[in-house]
Design a protein around this ligand. Structure first.
Ligand code: C5P
Length: 411
């Protein structure tokens, strides 16, 4: 991303298009270079001349425009952008892109661009709630597009509900925050990141095992965020994780903590960053029974002899001190002290702690809230990440890692 971020603002047909004029102005004032492309329907709501006057540049409308093809045609436009923001994004444009259609300039440029693409859906509340629109949004998210949630409230048509385009100031702040994060995460581009995720399974006998409730959501969200930052990602996952492997991520399934350690030791030989989100069983069976353990009639209790598992994170941090390491701590009390102690004893660069006594975050939930501590040598203040979707928390953690990455090399 260049010093002055290049934002390609795509306006599609909806009454909220008038807000895009203010947005273009705010982005320019904030130091962005802004170019505008519009669909034919958008031109019914706001004139291209308005946007041309505000940005000082010709507005792009036609897909097949002999003039434009000699100047800035659709491929050049797609390559020019550091980021594309489709605001407002109509149900029609969302549906087209969810299905890979490219029948106008906006959809063609979106398909032809490798830049991050953000959609700000805005439409009548019933259109927004429609199963087809929701399905298209879910599909677009899966494809790696970013969605800005619409606001709720009174709509131009008189309805009340979800579907309003957020105010231009809010959209502008989101774009600027994203641009800042993108700049930071460039430190992770082309780095190799190894991530552990999910629960380990420790066999008791051929049919039973010891495990825990970890679903792997945080680790998988981090894998996706690191991939978005341009890193090569190797995911060492508990084999019972039921999540799809994020696109472009190499995944290895493992069972026990010992298997997870062996896979990590191997993958970390060529890595730059190690992130341990896995919930590793602290203990394993001293001896795994060869046959199913049978209950006997006069037996009311049973004792299993357990021995300690290796600490994967501490072992990796010790074996490969050049790796930037991020550990996690799930605590129910005195979170700060426990996290800081782990940071030191496991010799980590960063630790993220969450309070799992709050059931709305942590294991299995889609949200999380964390506090991040850095090793003392970085002289960085703690970072509070308020409750948000795990994908958002993951992107913020990646930004934290990227921030200390350049300092790691000299430590
Ligand atoms: O010591 P504790 O289990 O609380 O530490 C949690 C952190 O250490 C997490 O990042 C977890 O993935 C990692 N860990 C590990 N191997 C273990 C236990 C924990 O990598 N055996």
């Amino acid at each position: 991303m260049t010093d002055s971020p290049k934002i390609l603002l795509a306006i599609t047909g909806g009454i909220a298009a008038y807000k895009s004029a203010v947005l273009a102005r705010l982005l320019i004032k904030a130091g962005c270079q802004v170019r505008v492309m519009m669909t034919a329907a958008a031109c019914e709501f706001i004139t291209p001349l308005t946007l041309q006057a505000l940005t000082g540049h010709q507005v792009h409308i036609e897909l097949l425009d002999a003039e434009a093809e000699r100047g800035m045609g659709h491929i050049e436009l797609a390559k020019w952008a550091d980021m594309i923001l489709v605001a407002p994004a109509s149900a029609n444009t969302l549906a087209k892109l969810a299905n890979g259609l490219a029948d106008n300039l906006v959809t063609t440029v979106c398909l032809a661009s490798t830049a991050p693409i953000w959609f700000a859906p805005a439409m009548n509340q019933a259109m927004y709630a429609n199963a087809a629109t929701q399905d298209n949004l879910a599909k677009l998210k899966r494809f790696g597009y970013h969605i800005i949630m619409p606001d709720s409230g009174e709509q131009a048509c008189g309805d009340v509900g979800v579907g309003r385009l957020p105010e231009p100031e809010e959209l502008c702040q989101q774009v600027l925050a994203f641009v800042a994060r993108q700049r930071l995460v460039q430190h992770l581009a082309n780095k190799t990141v190894v991530i552990t995720a999910g629960a380990t399974l420790e066999p008791i006998d051929p049919v039973r095992y010891l495990s825990n409730h970890s679903t792997g959501k945080m680790g998988y969200a981090l894998a996706q965020a690191c991939r978005d930052a341009g890193a090569k990602v190797v995911l060492i996952s508990g084999k019972r994780v039921a999540l799809p492997t994020p696109y472009g991520v190499e995944r290895f399934n493992v069972g026990t903590a010992d298997e997870m350690l062996a896979a990590c030791m191997d993958a970390c030989k060529a890595a730059d960053v190690f992130i341990a989100t896995a919930a590793v069983a602290d203990f394993k069976m001293a001896n795994i029974a060869n046959h199913k353990i049978k209950k006997t009639h006069n037996q009311d209790t049973m004792t299993l002899e357990l021995i300690k598992n290796p600490d994967i994170l501490a072992t990796i941090a010790k074996t490969y001190p050049r790796l930037l390491t991020l550990g996690f701590a799930a605590e129910t009390q005195d979170t700060e002290n426990y996290a800081k102690a782990k940071l030191i004893t496991k010799n980590l660069d960063m630790i993220a702690v969450n309070d799992v006594s709050d059931k709305s975050i942590g294991f299995g939930s889609d949200d999380n809230a964390m506090t991040v501590f850095f090793a003392e040598r970085y002289d960085e203040p703690l970072v509070q990440l308020p409750k948000a979707a795990k994908a958002t928390i993951a992107a913020q953690l990646v930004a934290c890692l990227a921030k200390i990455m350049p300092k790691k090399a000299v430590n």
